[in-house]
Design a binder for this molecule. Structure first.
Ligand code: GLN
Length: 199
C-alpha cells in the first residue's frame, strides 16, 4: 500500500514521517504522473492559494478526477480548502471533491493557532489536534458526515454544537486541523483503514 503526499508546499515531511511510522510506504506527488502508483493521497496543510497556484493543469485535472472516482484522499487544513466545493475568502482553484463550503482563516486573529482535544466519531475521544490559521466548514451537502465539531472556549463533542472541523463523504476525508503535528496516530490510522478498504 503506497500513500502519496501532495508535495508542492506545506507540511509534507510531517505526513511522510507518520506514514513511515505506521509502516506504510509514502510517496511524493508533484506532477500528474506521480498519481499513477498510489492507493491513497494526503493533501497537506500549508497555504491553499500557494498550493493551488503551484499545481499544474494536468495534475489538478487528474487529481480532481481520481478523487471524484473514488481514490481515498485526506485533506488537512489547506488540503481541506482545496478539496472543498466552495470557499469563502478563497482565490485559488477548487477540486470540488467533497460537497462542503469552507471559510478560510475562520477562527480569527486572536486564536489563529491553538491546540485542543476533540471527540471524533469513529476515531475516539480526546484526540489531540493543532489548528493553524484554520478554516471551518460552513455548509455540508446531504451525503457528508460531520465527524467532529469545535466550539472555541467551549467543550466540543461530536454530537453537540460547534463548528464542523472534520467531515467525510465516501472516499474523501477532510479536517480543519493538522493531525500530523501530534504523536497521536489515530487519525492517520483511520485514513489508512479507508485506503485498505478501497483496495
Ligand atoms: N490559512 C491557510 C489557507 O487559507 C490554511 C492554514 C493551514 O493549512 N494550516 O490556506
Amino acid at each position: 500500500m503506497r500513500i502519496g503526499v501532495l508535495a508542492l508546499q506545506g507540511a509534507v515531511r510531517e505526513h511522510l514521517a507518520v506514514i513511515n511510522h505506521l509502516e506504510k510506504e509514502g510517496s511524493i506527488v508533484k506532477k500528474a504522473a506521480d498519481l499513477d502508483r498510489i492507493d491513497g493521497l494526503i493533501l497537506p496543510g500549508g497555504e491553499s492559494t500557494a498550493i493551488s497556484w503551484l499545481m499544474d493543469e494536468e495534475l489538478e485535472h487528474r487529481l480532481g478526477l481520481l478523487a471524484r472516482e473514488g481514490l481515498p484522499v485526506f485533506g488537512t487544513c489547506a488540503g481541506m480548502i482545496l478539496l472543498a466545493d466552495q470557499v469563502e475568502g478563497g482565490n485559488g482553484r477548487q477540486l470540488s471533491a467533497i460537497d462542503i463550503t469552507v471559510r478560510r482563516n475562520a477562527f480569527g486573529r486572536q486564536i489563529e493557532s491553538f491546540e485542543t482535544k476533540l471527540a471524533i466519531t469513529g476515531i475516539g475521544s480526546d484526540v489531540p489536534v493543532v489548528f493553524i490559521r484554520a478554516p471551518y466548514i460552513t455548509r455540508v451537502g446531504d451525503g457528508v458526515q460531520i465527524l467532529a465539531r469545535y466550539m472555541p472556549n467551549g467543550k466540543a463533542t461530536s454530537s453537540s454544537l460547534g463548528f464542523p472541523v472534520m467531515a467525510k463523504e465516501k472516499n474523501v476525508l477532510v479536517s480543519s486541523f493538522h493531525p500530523e503535528l501530534t504523536d497521536d496516530l489515530r487519525i492517520h490510522r483511520y485514513f489508512l483503514a479507508m485506503v485498505e478498504a478501497a483496495n
